[in-house]
Design a protein around this ligand. Structure first.
Ligand code: SF4
Length: 327
């Protein structure tokens, strides 16, 4: 248990209750790819007028999705739910090649909000195939990004592995031409283990020059590592289907600190704060800052807060919008 921090500002709080130290991770929340995807939908609404259709949740956050719905976006699962004469946006997670191909076949107006860092993995897949290599893709089965990346190649050209057990089961000989790529939002530590297992079994396997796990995922995990040791509990604001948010809970728990994923402040159970001195707070890459502040305000109603930001690094990444929305 930790004593109150001497250099923090007391926030307004709940009466005479014992103060609670609140360590807020930085960076947290929105990344450049999510900012860009949301702006793409907003700009598409300005340019084409409502409704603008969006294939899949633009980012994994209900609050964001509801906000865009209120502005005139209609979210659908598949392209065949979109009228041919309506504009459609593809989500930040990326789409299989068949999706834009279908939109073109139907002469639809579409805007691709795939994060440029996911598109980079798609291009790497193409390059590895051109060199005659079979691709081992490290990712979580069923995640939209994995479906999108595996959909860049023909069936049978890419094999998904989720963990080192899957690596053991791979049917390839040790001298086969192989390359690996990864989903962008994985656990940095788990992925290293899987890559080590692949390199041990296939000494000639090729990988990307720089890791595919994106800067935002790595930075948010590193920021949680910096504060988790000093906390009795770490709250992660994010959606249950958000891969990078789930990884943040795991990072805290692996350091021996319980982690809880919450979507909104109302999910905080006051019993969680019983007997604890220090709580950590962060947010996944698709969770807006307004939801983090909502959590801070809710905590301040339960206990007087001493709030402090623990900065791992500052992010300055910004991605350009697609030209069709800026010209
Ligand atoms: S988490 Fe990373 S890959 Fe995903 S949208 Fe953000 S920057 Fe792009």
């Amino acid at each position: 248990m930790n004593a109150p921090l001497p250099d923090t500002k007391p926030a307004t709080g709940a009466g005479d209750a014992k103060p609670l130290n609140l360590l807020i991770a930085a960076p947290r929340g929105f990344c450049a790819g999510v900012d860009r995807a949301i702006e793409i939908v907003e700009k598409a609404l300005e340019r084409y007028g409502a409704p603008v259709y969006v294939r899949h949740e633009i980012v994994h956050n209900k609050y964001v999705v509801e906000g865009l719905k209120a502005k005139g976006a209609i979210f659908v699962k598949e392209l065949d739910e979109v009228p041919t004469d309506a504009p459609v946006v593809f989500s930040a997670h990326g789409v299989p090649k068949s999706v834009p191909a279908e939109a073109e076949r139907r002469n639809m107006v579409y805007v691709d909000a795939t994060c440029p860092l996911v598109s980079k993995v798609h291009r790497q897949a193409e390059r590895q195939l051109e060199k005659g290599r079979h691709i081992i893709f490290i990712g979580h089965e069923g995640h939209p990004e994995v479906i999108g990346t595996m959909g860049q190649v023909e069936p049978g050209q890419m094999t998904l592995v989720e963990n080192i057990e899957d690596v053991d089961k791979l049917p390839f000989e040790s001298d086969e031409e192989l390359a690996y790529l990864t989903q962008t939002t994985l656990s940095v530590d788990d992925t290293r283990e899987v890559i080590d297992a692949l390199e041990w079994r296939y000494p000639n396997i090729r990988g990307p020059k720089a890791e595919d796990i994106c800067y935002a995922t790595s930075n948010r995990q590193a920021a949680v590592k910096e504060l988790a040791h000093d906390c009795d509990l770490v709250l992660v604001v994010g959606a249950p289907n958000s891969s990078n948010s789930l990884r943040l809970v795991e990072v805290a728990e692996r350091l021996g600190t319980p982690g809880k994923l919450i979507q909104r402040a109302e999910e905080i159970d006051p019993a969680w704060l019983e007997g604890i001195d220090t709580i950590g707070l962060t947010a996944g890459a698709s969770a807006p800052e307004v939801l983090v502040r909502e959590v801070v305000d809710a905590l301040a109603k339960l206990r007087p807060l001493h709030e402090k930001t623990i900065t791992h690094t500052e992010e300055k990444m910004v991605f350009k919008l697609p030209r069709q929305l800026t010209e």
